[in-house]
Write a protein that binds this ligand. Sequence first.
Ligand code: AHR
Length: 499
Amino acid sequence: NKASMIVDKDFRVGEVDKRIYGSFIEHLGRAVYGGIYEPDHPGADEQGFRSDVLELVKGLDVPIVRYPGGNFVSGYNWEDGVGPKELRPRKLDLAWRTVEPNWVGLNEFMDWCKKANTEAMMAVNLGTRGPDEARNLLEYANHPAGSYWSDLRASHGYAKPHAIKTWCLGNEMDGPWQMGSKTAYEYGRIANEAAKVMRWTDPTIELVACGSSSIQMATYPEWEATVLEQAYENVDYLSLHQYYGNRDGDTANFLAQSVGMDSFIHTVISVCDYIQAKKRGKKKIHLSFDEWNVWFHSNEQDSKLEPWTIAPPQLEDIYNHEDALLVGCMLISLLKRADRVKMACMAQLVNVIAPIMTENGGAAWKQTIYYPYMHASVFGRGTVLVPLVKSPKYDSKDFTDVPYLESVAVYNEQLGEVTVFAVNRHLDEELPFEIDLRSFEQSRVIEHIVLESDDLKAVNTAKEPNRVKPHVGGNAAQTDAGKIEATLPKASWNVIRVK
Ligand code: AHR
């Protein structure tokens, strides 16, 4: 029972677009208020942003953050969030049954992005609104000066345009839970018309159309085909969303779910290529996997919350060790299709199904899932090499032939480094792993980072923030020119760095 992987620097999947390590801040729960922004917190900066949270975000090296939703955006009037704060209205958010005070809006979020060394992926409301508001928002955000909306921005203290490059055309418009949900044809039409006027306003932008809300939607994958039939010419990316849970307490099956993510990605690429062929098009549509994560722990607690309060503790999943393993597998799934998946957002970033948790007025700490996300974002830049993997396999409730080993290698040509990411899905046994780096004969192991735990359900909390954290005690070592051997502990996430 041994696993192996062969990689060669001449066999490449594609360049990693750093935006696959994106994340998401929605006006939902304590993501904004109590998360990134808390003016009364002892560590708040002059604008009210929490500096402890900023430090943790910077540690992830997040290149892009989707904003302001999510379901929230489908009922959002962006104008409520700009201008003098004392004049901003309190509005009901029907998506999450809360009150939105509008203390943070577009301009504050752009300031936060600068402080966090990241850029924004902005979503427009195609639920209760449409192309007119979308073009106005874009004019406000990106037009240099000399028009109503750009001059209004300047009068709000932001003379320089924000130059936001990436825009989402609505959110999950296939879902009946969405304000203003639509059929695929209705959405495809409005997405195309919004895309046209947005491009005419600023031809430098890139646009993401909504794909299915999950692989379980009855309209998947016909939705993708119909939307692209209408909007192919004017959009650049199609979105994918997927969340997983371990509701039955069946960990082997839970960890196998990224195999479903692989086939989701494969199918959406196929649909994009089918429409390209049908249209005799030159342009490839790329994928933006702009919501992905584990989400289920908080479902029951959320059903008991009182409606119509400001920033209640919604979607506050507390992640355990096995969740970090699935997150690692999902990151590997994204990397394996680096040729077509050009953006992805872990949903979300702070407090709401997030790698970072805070207490109001108190501590901020790293959840278990912070670590695989950080490792991939920091070490997974460069070129993905084709992974020829052999692994023993298992069958679970919903999946057959699930490899115990999930692995991929990224070659950073500039640094002359190769990083191998690997998950051992086996819950009881370690896995011997041989890596054949035949075109890197001179290379030596720099470090072998391991995330493991004696308890799959172990979590990090404010009181015990370091219960689950990685160590550099893995045993990967070079055995021969270009050959590395390692033992992957049972149920572990591994980062093997070679130079
Ligand atoms: O990320 C939480 C929610 O999940 C988002 O608002 C929505 O787009 C999805 O259903």
